[in-house]
Design a protein around this ligand. Structure first.
Ligand SMILES: [Zn+2]
Ligand SMILES: [Zn+2]
Length: 332
């Protein structure tokens, strides 16, 4: 990663908005792009060179023709630009459009002082602070996963992983009235999960975890498991411990493989669902979720780097220091 001067956008072109990014969250999917592991990313084209940053809060500089926005508004960017004509787009699921482009992945993103984006990606966030506004994007991924899961109030859910997505899923599920157990090897992350609403936070070898979760659910096994860790071995584990008739939602991204026993599917009649990014409605729900929980979410922003040290921020984040949760690059 290099820091350099670029010409930047002029006045907003038709349908676009010019914003000044304020805070950009660094995310596990950024690591895949940064390190060249594009097989783990959706839509394999047009990756390099790239100005990264897809978890973006910003201030509107030029609203263009966007009537709902005015200069000075703080906004969050829903980074998805779908093709609009393929099967998933026609089916109302643009988040898995095979031709979609993501701001910060397939298009230049928030790690720059000025950014031109289509008005459809810009959502006002009122008085949210910049860090929390940048967290709306990962929160929307959690909201979408729980929409896929068809989460019911009172239901017992297991969330694998207490990184930002796992923690956001823990928060969103708890707020929706579910009882949550979050599974993560790092004690500090388990503490955060509890602070965000988890009833339990635990870590144990697979057999012990299975027993623990059976006890927690009076012998059934959890009806819902959400995998956010990206560890390939978690899916076989989730299929093993989910209750018959239950659901497993896979959010964590990975280019690895893991063996599954196909017989488990008819035997238990489980639903295994993928979840990717978010749709606009999830993004709106995420704004409400983040606004209502800004005080507890503030504990997630563990490290800040200025834009001039963005490369260093990535190198630091990719070492996955145990005390790092959400690493934020502050821009303007
Ligand atoms: Zn992300
Ligand atoms: Zn499409």
């Amino acid at each position: 990663m290099v820091i350099e001067d670029v010409s930047g956008p002029g006045p907003a072109r038709a349908g676009n908005v010019i914003v000044r990014p304020e805070a950009v969250g660094i995310c596990g999917s950024d690591f895949h792009l940064f390190s060249g592991d594009v097989a783990a990313l959706s839509g394999a084209r047009d990756f390099y060179p790239r100005i990264q940053g897809h978890e973006v809060s910003a201030i509107v500089e030029d609203p263009g023709e966007a009537n709902a926005l005015k200069e000075g508004d703080r906004v969050a960017i829903w980074p998805l630009l779908p093709c609009g004509s393929c099967y998933p787009c026609r089916a109302g699921r643009p988040n898995v459009c095979p031709r979609f482009r993501l701001v910060g992945v397939h298009l230049d993103g928030g790690l720059q002082q000025r950014l031109e984006v289509p008005a459809s990606t810009v959502f006002g966030v009122g008085d949210l602070d910049p860090d929390c506004a940048a967290f709306v994007e990962p929160a929307s991924v959690a909201v979408h996963a729980l929409t896929r899961a068809d989460l019911k109030p009172g239901e017992q859910a297991v969330v694998f992983g207490a990184g930002p997505i796992g923690l956001a899923t823990t928060l969103a599920a708890s707020q929706a009235g579910a009882r949550v157990t979050t599974v993560d090897p790092i004690p500090a992350r388990r503490d955060l999960a509890k602070r965000l609403g988890a009833e339990h936070a635990t870590w144990a070898p697979p057999e012990d975890l299975r027993t623990e979760l059976e006890d927690w659910t009076n012998g059934d096994g959890p009806p819902l498991v959400v995998e956010t860790s990206g560890e390939t071995k978690t899916l076989p584990q989730a299929v093993d411990l989910v209750s018959p008739a239950g659901r497993v939602v896979v959010v964590g991204m990975s280019s690895g493989t893991a063996p599954l026993r196909p017989g488990a599917f008819p035997e238990k009649e489980i639903d295994v669902l993928g979840s990717s990014c978010a749709v606009a409605e999830d993004f709106r729900t995420a704004i409400t979720l983040v606004k209502a929980n800004r005080a507890s979410l503030a504990t997630l922003f563990s490290h800040h780097f200025p834009l001039t040290r963005a490369g260093e921020a990535f190198e630091f984040a990719m070492k996955r220091p145990p005390d790092a949760i959400k690493i934020v690059v502050t821009v303007n």
